[in-house]
Design a protein around this ligand. Structure first.
Ligand SMILES: C[C@@](CO)(OP(=O)(O)O)[C@H](O)COP(=O)(O)OP(=O)(O)OC[C@H]1O[C@@H](n2ccc(N)nc2=O)[C@H](O)[C@@H]1O
Ligand SMILES: Nc1ncnc2c1ncn2[C@@H]1O[C@H](COP(=O)(O)OP(=O)(O)O)[C@@H](O)[C@H]1O
Length: 300
């Protein structure tokens, strides 16, 4: 029987290595993008409707477009078009991932809507067909579908799964307002005229594989950190506050402006979150863990 409602939970991500090459002729950048899914989630629920409709709840809901530019709506449209059906569906997003925060919230919603609509409509797309649609929707969307940890090459859409040998403890400091991903890449181009071709760092992959937080802290890198700080200098104060509170490492999450703090254990993460909240340098601080599974159907 065709299910009447499907709910999918999808994780946010942090980039443990984000190495960016020169701009390509198509405007994208080749990356060595080591994604790690973290246990902050959006939940996407789809229900049959007369037409395609999007609603959103959550602290950042007012910043989420509710028209067909929403990545979740685009995902439903693309899947429907591939199968010659009409995307008559109500997509509800319960949003806990910061918007325009460098944590791939829009990508998560796209992957979630795709998986949910596939179940709702019984389209039975294979994982590789779903991944193709994800790559068409955005560079980060394939990773939101698979979760865990993966190396993204090309523009980040070509994934190689990575082993993770333990649980890592993180704090994410949410900033006021977002940063535009294209603007941060443009600032990277301005600041880095001779970027080398990117490659994954063996020491970082080892740290993930062994689950060694100190080793991971020593190897975290983000080439978009300098451009994000250039566009939003106040993020340096948030990074300093988390480091002073005992984080093993502090970095900008992807294109920012969310900042990420790797901690030794759950207790340290709670202390760092409390100190960041008290510092007044961010809007909110959230303690969480990684890795987390990719898009997962909860009910149908
Ligand atoms: C920077 C990263 C790191 O994981 O994520 P965020 O931190 O924004 O979440 C990603 O590269 C963002 O991926 P995503 O947000 O899916 O980007 P897309 O929709 O594919 O592209 C948006 C724009 O970002 C720039 N872009 C994106 C990916 C890439 N490899 N090179 C680029 O130059 C281009 O200007 C492109 O037009
Ligand atoms: N479902 C969605 N959730 C959030 N933002 C969305 C969504 N669909 C489209 N967008 C647009 O994408 C932009 C980037 O949002 P997001 O994916 O949250 O950030 P980032 O690319 O930094 O991870 C937003 O400013 C918004 O205009």
């Amino acid at each position: 029987m065709t299910p009447r409602t499907v709910t999918v939970r999808v994780p946010a991500k942090v980039n443990t290595q984000l190495s960016v090459g020169p701009a390509r002729p198509d405007g994208f950048h080749d990356l060595a993008n080591v994604f790690l899914a973290v246990a902050l989630h959006d939940t996407v629920t789809v229900t049959p409707a007369d037409d395609l409709r999007i609603t959103c709840t959550g602290p950042d809901a007012a910043q989420v477009p509710l028209d067909r530019t929403n990545l979740a709506a685009r995902a439903a449209e693309l899947l429907a078009a591939r199968h010659g059906i009409e995307p008559r569906v109500h997509i509800h997003i319960d949003k806990d991932i910061p918007v325009a925060g460098g944590m791939a919230g829009g990508s998560a919603d796209a992957a979630g809507a795709l998986l949910a609509c596939d179940a709702l409509w019984g389209t039975g797309a294979s994982q590789s067909q779903l991944l193709d649609i994800c790559a068409e929707l955005g560079s980060d969307v394939p990773f939101s579908l698979v979760g865990g940890a993966a190396l993204g090459t090309g523009r980040g859409e070509r994934l190689t799964p990575l082993e993770v040998g333990g649980t890592f403890h993180w704090v994410f400091a949410v900033a006021d307002g977002g940063l535009s991903t294209p603007a941060v890449y443009r600032e990277f181009d301005r600041l880095t005229p001779d970027a080398p071709e990117p490659a994954a760092a063996p020491a970082l992959l080892d740290a993930l594989r062994t689950g060694d937080a100190k080793a991971l802290a020593a190897t975290l890198t983000n080439d978009l950190q300098a451009p994000a700080l250039s566009l939003r200098p106040s993020l340096a104060e948030t990074l300093a506050a988390g480091t002073a509170a005992g984080a093993l490492a502090a970095l900008v999450s992807g294109s920012g402006p969310t900042t990420a703090f790797l901690c030794a254990d759950a207790e340290a993460a709670h202390q760092v979150a409390a100190a960041l909240t008290a510092s007044g340098t961010c809007r909110a601080a959230r303690a969480t863990t990684s890795p987390a599974p990719g898009a997962t159907v909860l009910t149908d």
